[in-house]
Design a protein around this ligand. Structure first.
Ligand code: NAG
Ligand code: NAG
Ligand code: NAG
Ligand code: NAG
Ligand code: NAG
Ligand code: NAG
Length: 310
């Protein structure tokens, strides 16, 4: 890892929790253990595939650390697996080298199914969720072959793909249980959006149904408020790569305000890069306030873990 040390901040867990041989939060428990990573991605060379695998290996290390605290679920940031390389952020030919197809929810476990066509990094993520028995969310560039599905109103680009900024959730078996394609892009030339916003949710074995969206989405009405108002979602997973601005648009400020004003739990995981004002993660419990948060002016890899009330 670029910042080689992994720091840990925990909230609401007894110190001995780490050493007990415990397990998973029960469906009828009043809380679960949530984890988010503030993560400084590795950017090595110009090879998208090598770079993505290097970040996937770092993610494995952090998930293993989270399992020492019996985290039920962990979130990694937007662009965390595949940080854009300088001058290549909008290069669709380059996307091809590291993006992944992502199957529909609840059909595939890439770790155990060789016929599932995903990138090596996504297969490793599936195996990590499975070996650590933890719900895991990562964000990737997704490729969707549209040669057969493009329409007159939504034509397939000449290269034959739609590319999306996509969240992928795995359950404890490494099965893909949810996929969300970012609807409100922040620039991000070269990427596509769906014609209507995805409403993406999944229900866990600890009795919580999560919704999820990405970064800039938080400033828009859809799909964010639909999840809360029409689908009764109380817990949100939020990978982000924010660019903080004073006075009212710093990362943790926006996250805590959104959680408080909507009175839902928000598990926010940020891409860390102080040079661009990017960073700021936390776990927020609606009107009960912030459980844990981090904003650092220095490059850091920090795991935040909290006991989250249902
Ligand atoms: C786009 O990416 C491809 C593949 O990585 C690379 O060969 C090509 O030079 C890049 N194009 C530009 C304009 O940087
Ligand atoms: C394995 O993956 C293929 C391709 O996605 C899928 O059609 C098949 O149903 C999967 N098999 C199992 C057992 O999940
Ligand atoms: C995980 O796999 C086991 C064994 O195949 C199965 O019994 C269980 O229902 C699966 N759990 C989930 C959440 O899919
Ligand atoms: C997909 O994205 C590419 C690159 O930004 C763009 O040229 C194309 O029009 C988009 N297609 C659709 C249907 O959104
Ligand atoms: C949300 O909750 C309301 C009130 O309890 C209920 O009427 C409605 O069916 C729920 N909607 C969904 C999608 O679960
Ligand atoms: C954090 O970064 C600032 C500015 O680059 C530097 O002056 C300071 O020494 C750093 N602090 C630590 C604890 O590394």
């Amino acid at each position: 890892m670029a910042a080689t040390k992994l720091s840990i901040i925990i909230f609401g867990l007894a110190i001995w929790t780490r050493f007990t041989f415990l397990q998973i939060s029960a469906a009828d428990a009043t809380s679960y253990i949530g984890a988010v990573a503030e993560y400084y991605p590795t950017r090595t060379g110009r090879d998208g595939q090598i770079n993505t695998l290097a970040n996937a290996e770092n993610i494995v290390t952090i998930v293993k650390k989270a399992s020492e605290y019996h985290a039920d679920i962990i979130v990694f940031p937007e662009n965390g697996l595949a940080p854009g390389l300088p001058n290549y952020q909008t290069n669709r030919t380059h996307f091809l080298s590291y993006s992944s197809t992502i199957p529909d929810a609840n059909t595939d476990t890439p770790c155990t199914n060789d016929s599932t066509l995903v990138s090596p990094a996504i297969r490793l993520m599936s195996c990590t969720a499975r070996s650590q028995s933890m719900y895991l969310m990562v964000n990737v560039v997704e490729m969707e072959d549209c040669t057969a599905t493009g329409t007159k109103f939504r034509p397939c680009p000449n290269d034959g793909y739609f590319f999306y900024n996509t969240n992928v959730a795995f359950n404890r078996n490494g099965t893909i249980v949810s996929r969300y394609r970012k609807f409100n892009l922040f620039g991000e030339a070269g990427l596509n959006v769906t014609s209507t916003p995805d409403i993406s949710t999944f229900t866990t074995d600890f009795g919580v149904t999560f919704g999820h969206f990405i970064c800039f989405d938080i400033l828009f009405k859809t799909p964010t408020l639909s999840l809360i108002n029409h689908y009764n979602i109380t817990d949100i997973l939020y990978p982000t790569h924010w660019f903080s601005e004073l006075p009212y648009l710093t990362a943790v400020q926006a996250q805590s305000a959104w959680s408080y004003s909507n009175d839902v739990n928000l598990l926010a995981s940020s891409y860390n890069n102080p040079a661009t004002g990017s960073g700021g993660s936390g776990i927020f419990a609606g009107t009960s306030g912030q459980l844990v948060s981090l904003w650092s002016e220095n490059a850091t890899n920090t795991l935040l873990v909290a006991k989250v009330p249902k």
